[in-house]
Design a protein around this ligand. Structure first.
Ligand SMILES: Cc1cc2nc3c(=O)[nH]c(=O)nc-3n(C[C@H](O)[C@H](O)[C@H](O)COP(=O)(O)O)c2cc1C
Length: 330
């Protein structure tokens, strides 16, 4: 039975153990979305002993940014900074993936200087304004922006990309009947709500080829009435895996990654992640309240989890993965 320190393949990536640092936004980029030496140090230090690094959500175009100092992957000007992060993480022996995203309505005209975009004119609860629906032409252009971002990731030396479909951001908004009220090819039924996320996944895979991983971060439950639940997300995960997702990274929540109703116990998304794992053959990553290496090892050994993401505990302790070796589970 594999444990926390056994290797695994994620698509073409060799991952030396099951410990993942999940994407965590720092809002330390320049206003142009460029990485700085701060990022190189931050990610480089946390790669020690790590299985897989996933860099924070990075916008594929300027109107998809959620925060003023968010990292971008929207323009070739980002390549120099991103490739330094890649080098630092590779130096420590871990593969590195970058999460690519568009915020949809989860931003504001104060940040963008224009009305945010979304599938329909329905905001995610807690957002500050209603978005303007994407036109069909704008959807085509958006697919191209995700493709360009994936190509940039390849050019910067990343081992993979993770398409962000969770936490209420744009692709979650397309998946969810709460925010997607379209009556065209991209809304109106579960299959049509899935059409854009699938199209982006397939296009990204085609763009980067077999030597790069394309993962997906999926929200297993929106946690809002009228939003997605596990009954909806199991078939979504199956369709994404069938379309070539190299791993499903399970999280949840429509208004962020830590919905209050799920907090409180360690591994709060594990029960939902296991339901998804039973339906797909690709590796499963799960995050949410995991801080104890012995528990993380149990998840891999006995609970159908392939990789365990440790977020806040790794922010607090960059040596978390190294120290985990000394807890008796290594
Ligand atoms: C400061 C911070 C920033 C985050 N930024 C992102 C992000 O960019 N993309 C994402 O998918 N999740 C993001 N998350 C969610 C984490 O990846 C993770 O799923 C969550 O923190 C739960 O794991 P934990 O309990 O181990 O921290 C963020 C979490 C924190 C604490």
């Amino acid at each position: 039975m594999p444990g926390l320190f056994d290797p695994i393949s994620v698509g073409p990536m060799f991952v030396r153990n099951r410990i993942v640092m999940p994407p965590m936004a720092n809002n330390k980029a320049t206003e142009e979305g460029l990485a700085t030496e701060w990022h190189v140090d931050h990610y480089g230090r946390r790669a020690a002993g790590l299985g897989l690094m996933i860099v924070e959500h990075s916008y594929v175009r300027r109107d998809g940014r959620a925060h003023k100092n968010q990292l971008g992957i929207h323009d070739d000007g980002v390549l120099e900074g991103l490739s330094k992060i890649v080098a630092a993480v590779h130096q420590a022996g871990a593969p590195i993936v970058i999460q690519i995203t568009h915020a949809g309505s989860r931003t504001s005209s104060q940040i963008l200087g224009q009305q945010p975009l979304g599938p329909s004119d329905v905001r995610v609860p807690g957002d500050v304004e209603d978005p303007r629906p994407f036109t069909l032409e704008e959807i085509d252009a958006l697919v191209g922006d995700f493709v360009s971002a994936a190509r940039r990731a390849k050019a910067a030396g990343f081992d993979g990309v993770e398409v962000h479909m969770a936490h209420g951001y744009l692709l979650n908004q397309f998946l969810s009947s709460y925010t997607n009220r379209r009556a065209d090819a991209y809304g109106g039924s579960p299959e049509k709500r899935l059409a854009l996320p699938l199209r982006i996944l397939r296009a990204a895979k085609e763009a980067v080829g077999k030597e790069m991983a394309v993962m997906v971060r999926l929200g297993a439950d929106d946690g809002v009435e009228g939003g997605l639940t596990i009954k909806d997300t199991v078939p979504i995960a199956q369709a994404l895996a069938d379309a070539g997702a190299d791993a499903i990274d399970v999280s949840g929540g429509f208004q962020g990654s830590r919905p209050p109703q799920f907090q409180g116990q360690p591994g709060y998304f594990v029960p939902l992640a296991i339901e998804i794992k039973r339906a797909v053959k690709v590796p499963l990553v799960v995050a949410g309240g995991i801080t104890d290496p012995v528990y993380a090892d149990e998840l891999v050994q006995y609970r159908d989890t392939d990789l365990v993401a440790v977020g806040r505990a790794m922010l607090a302790d960059p040596m978390w993965a190294v120290k985990a070796r000394f807890t008796g589970c290594g």
